[in-house]
Design a protein around this ligand. Sequence first.
Ligand SMILES: Cc1ncc(COP(=O)(O)O)c(C=O)c1O
Length: 434
Amino acid sequence: MRSYAKSIEYYERTRKSLAGGVSSNVRYAATPVPLFFERGEGARLFDVDGNVHIDYVLGNGPAILGHAPKPVIEAVAATLARGQVYAAQHPGETALAERLCRLLPGVEVVRFASSGTEAVLMAFRLARAFTGRTKILKFEGHYHGWSDQAFISARPALNEAGPADCPVPVAGSPGMPQSVLDDTVVAGWNDLDLLAAAFERHKGEIAAIIMEPVMVNGGPTPPKPGYLEGARALCREHGALFICDEVITGFRAGLRGAQGLYGVTADLTVYAKAVAAGFPLALVGGRRDVMDTLLDKGVMHGGTYNGNVQSMAAALAALDVLEADDGAVYRDLDARGTRLMRGLAALGAKHRVAVKVQGLPAIFQVYFTEGPAPTNYREAVACDRDKALAFHRALQEEGIRTNQNAKWFLSTAHDDAIIDETLAAAGRAMAAVA
Ligand SMILES: Cc1ncc(COP(=O)(O)O)c(C=O)c1O
C-alpha cells in the first residue's frame, strides 16, 4: 500500500486556513484525501509522500504538452522581468490574436479572458445582446463552468431531472437564484428531434445554444453522425447562435478542436485549458458581426488579468509546438491514445470485466457496462460507477493517476514507454477489479 501520511497531515493543516482544504470543489474527490504534490515533470507528478504518479488528469486538461514543458516555461521565463499586467495592450496579444484567427474554424475575432467560466459568461452576454433574446439552451451533462448562469443540469440527479425528452433545469449548487433556471432551457444531447422540439416549445426565445461538441464532462461521448450539422442548421432556422464550448476539446481533439475534426463551424467558440499549456488563459472567438457588439452596442467585458504578458507568451510557445508541421504532434497523440484505449479494452476482455472505452484518443473514459457505449448523459450515468471508482483506486495504487470516473487525459509527454508501463499497471488494476 502506498503511504499518503504527509498528504493527510497537510490536508488536516490546510483545512484550518483554506476553506475545505482545497481551491476548487472538484478536488475534494481524491482518495484518501486531496493529495499534495511537490512537482510535475512531463507525464509524471511527484507527491509530498514521495509517490510518483503517471498523470492522466493533467490539471483536468490544460497540460497538453505534459507538466513544465520546456519551450513554454522558457518562453514565459523570458518575459517575467518585463512585467505581468499593464492594463494596456502589448504586442504579444496582437501576435496571439492574429495567430488564433488564422488557425481556428469560424474565428474572425477573439477576446481574451482568464478562465473558461468567465469566457462562457461573455459568450452568453454577446448572444443575448446580439439577438435581443434571453434564454440559453444547454444540454444535460454538459459543464460550462461554475457560474450561476451555466452550472445548471451539468450532473443532475436523475430523480430531479424530469423526463428525458423534456428535462427540468436543475441548479448545480445551493445559492443559485431561480431566475437563472427560468432563463435556461435544458435538452437531452445527441438527439436532433429533442433539440427541434425544444426550439418549438420556446419559439423566438432562445438567444443561443451551448454545447461541448464532444461531451466530455458528463462522460466522453462523440456526437452522432450528422448531429452537430443538424444542431447548426436548427440554430440558423430559429435565429439562435450556436456556441461551441471547446474548453476541453480545443487543441486536444486536434489542432483545430472538435470543429476541425467534425467540419462544423459555430458562431461563437470558447477555448481555454490546453491553449496555454497550463497557464491561465481563455478566449471567446467567432463571427465578427457578433463580436463587434462589444464595440457597437457597448457590451461590457472586463478582467484585470485578460491578455497578461505571461499567458500570451505561454500560448504562443505552445502553439509553436502544436502547430509545427500542421499539427504533427496530434498524429502521435492520436496513435498513442488509440493504442492505450484499445489496450484498456483488451484488458477488460482478458479479465472478463465488461468495459467500453470511449472518447477521443486524447480524452476518453473506461465505462464499466454490459451494454453499448453511452450516447448521452443519462446512459453515461447508468454505467457502473462503483467499478469505475474501484478501477481508479487500483490504478492509483499502481502509480497511475486518473480522474474518479476512470477518465483519462493524454499529453504529448506520454511516450510509447509510458503507455507500455501504464498498460502493464492497468492490467494488474483490472485484475483487482475482476
Ligand atoms: C467544457 C468546459 N467548459 C468550461 C469550463 C470552465 O472552465 P474553468 O474551469 O477554466 O473556469 C470547463 C472546466 O472544466 C469545461 O470543462
